[in-house]
Design a protein around this ligand. Structure first.
Ligand SMILES: Cc1cc2nc3c(=O)[nH]c(=O)nc-3n(C[C@H](O)[C@H](O)[C@H](O)COP(=O)(O)OP(=O)(O)OC[C@H]3O[C@@H](n4cnc5c(N)ncnc54)[C@H](O)[C@@H]3O)c2cc1C
Length: 484
């Protein structure tokens, strides 16, 4: 049970950390390391981990633990460069994981069956890299941002055929959970470089996929268990509203419980903030609302199927090129050495608007569509119905409202500063979306939680601080030349 230890200011607790995902737990660890123990993590779900979330899948007797949320440690170098802090946690807590690489292990299909268009697949990868290089040159010359679609066109990549569209999808949408049209050219490029490109200070372009049967979440839960006491965590507690002022804040739960604090750290996803799932009193200032509504939340949906036995490709990945871009394009076979041999499990990933589309359908309808695609990939195989089927609805879930943030071309850096900025010195915002370099990623959530915990600790030790600054109004550098 949480122990509320009144603060000298008469509040129930010094810091309320709202949300028990990676950023909330790491923020708590930073407070703890700085000698501040009077904090409480408030989490709606029955466990810590947030978007690190596993589930048990499969017919009785054939079950495996799989990830409906994040799955990969992205960037695994151990040499001179920076080490992904998630990789550090994984090594510390002995995570089981397997390297994956679509460039090394890919089979290509379209609606006529198996057909080799790997040459196009590699060409799309080269085009993507060329686009990031051209975007970097724009940064150096302080040229304006555009969409990643404009960027790809400017480097001569103009996908038109299903093979080209599917190949592009693998290199773009599958990462950003939105289309090139919906994404910033410059921010998607630095996002790529800071994580994957060693020459640009990134961690490396190799990925490790968790296959740990304790769930990927084990690494953050084990980390939490090293320092968190039961009294510092309140589970099954959904925040309904947050009142704030320059002298403190109070948080009210759905069950009516109210707790007061000197400081509040919100780790809610960007999507939760956008949809007003939590109410702020007074309403957040305009500069904050504009920032929240200016970034976007992508959705990334893995659709899992289990069959009596494997009938598919022996590579790690398969790419399916439909006439409609983004229609059930990326497949991963789990019935494979290094994963879950004998499991009969395969999954397909969809993203962005397509994810939102299928969330509005019944499970059966989605299963029928997916089966239709599999049958067109294998026209000569009699494919039985799956024995298990599952996908998660991230976009409609009021605790997430999507899977991770994406940077649209209309988001200015000042907007992002405002997303991260403190309101009235007491209300702090953190989470994957507030990371300028690593938005969307686990390591973004980690670094932001760490930085916020450190800064709030310092603020407490200094007996107050102004918090992170904001920009009151973001002006157009080149005003529209319209004359009335
Ligand atoms: C499908 C999917 C695939 C991904 N794949 C990868 C990947 O392979 N590699 C990678 O690096 N990253 C990946 N990510 C991103 C990564 O999971 C996130 O960036 C990271 O987990 C976010 O952590 P966070 O602490 O910022 O937010 P969260 O984990 O969302 O933490 C916020 C917490 O707040 C809680 N909460 C929400 N509303 C309330 C409320 N009203 N009251 C109380 N509590 C509330 C939530 O339950 C949650 O626990 C993926 C994400 C998803 C969804």
């Amino acid at each position: 049970a949480p122990l509320l230890r009144r603060t000298p200011t008469g509040h129930d607790v010094q810091v309320l950390i709202l949300g028990g995902g990676v950023s909330g737990i790491i923020a708590a660890r930073s407070l703890h390391q700085k000698g501040i123990q009077n904090f409480l993590i408030v989490e709606a779900r029955e466990e810590l981990g947030g978007r690190m979330r596993s589930f048990t899948f499969g017919a009785p007797g054939r079950q495996v633990t799989l990830e409906i949320g994040c799955n990969w440690i992205q960037g695994t170098q151990l040499d001179d460069g920076p080490i992904n802090p998630i990789f550090d946690l994984a090594r510390k807590h002995n995570l089981s994981a397997t390297p994956t690489d679509g460039h090394e292990s890919m089979t290509t299909f379209d609606d006529g069956g198996s057909v080799d268009y790997l040459d196009i697949f590699y060409k799309a990868g080269d085009a993507y890299i060329n686009g990031t290089i051209a975007a970097g040159a724009r940064v150096n010359k302080t040229l304006v941002d555009t969409t990643a679609r404009t960027g790809s066109s400017l480097v001569g990549w103009k996908p038109m055929t299903p093979h080209e569209m599917a190949s592009e999808y693998y290199h773009f949408d599958w990462e950003y959970a939105q289309t090139p049209e919906q994404s910033s050219w410059i921010a998607s490029s630095w996002g790529n470089n800071y994580t994957y490109e060693v020459t640009q200070g990134g961690f490396s372009d190799s990925n490790l996929m968790s296959i740990d049967q304790r769930g990927f979440k084990h690494i953050i839960q084990a980390e939490a268990a090293e320092f968190l006491t039961d009294e510092q965590v309140m589970l099954n507690a959904t925040v309904k509203s947050i009142k704030y002022s320059k002298i403190g804040a109070s948080v009210t739960l759905v069950d009516g419980t109210t707790m007061t604090a000197d400081y509040v750290i919100s780790t809610f996803s960007l999507g939760v903030l956008q949809q007003d799932d939590v109410v702020f009193e007074p309403a957040l200032p305009e500069w904050k609302v504009e920032a929240i509504q200016s970034m976007t939340m992508g959705t990334y949906t893995k659709i899992f199927l289990q069959f009596p036995e494997k009938f598919w490709f022996d590579t790690q990945f398969a790419l399916y090129a439909d006439k409609e871009r983004g229609r059930y394009p990326i497949w991963q076979g789990m019935d494979l050495e290094g994963f879950f041999p004998g499991s009969g499990v395969i999954f397909v990933t969809v993203t962005g608007d397509y994810s939102e589309r299928i969330e509005a359908l019944e499970d059966d309808q989605v299963q029928d569509e997916v089966m239709g695609v599999l049958r067109s990939m294998y026209p000569n195989v009699t494919i039985p119905d799956p024995v298990a089927f599952h996908f998660n609805r991230w976009h409609t879930d009021p605790l997430y409202r999507g899977s991770y943030s994406n940077w649209p071309p209309s988001l200015f850096v000042d907007h992002h500063t405002n997303l991260r900025a403190t309101v009235e010195e007491r209300l702090w915002f953190t989470g994957e979306a507030t990371s300028q370099k690593y938005f969307g990623f686990l390591h973004g959530a980690y670094y932001e939680g760490e930085a916020t915990g450190d800064t709030v600790a310092k603020c407490i030790q200094d007996q107050g601080c102004a918090g992170r600054p904001h920009v009151e109004e973001i002006k157009n550098a080149r005003p529209y030349g319209l004359k009335p």
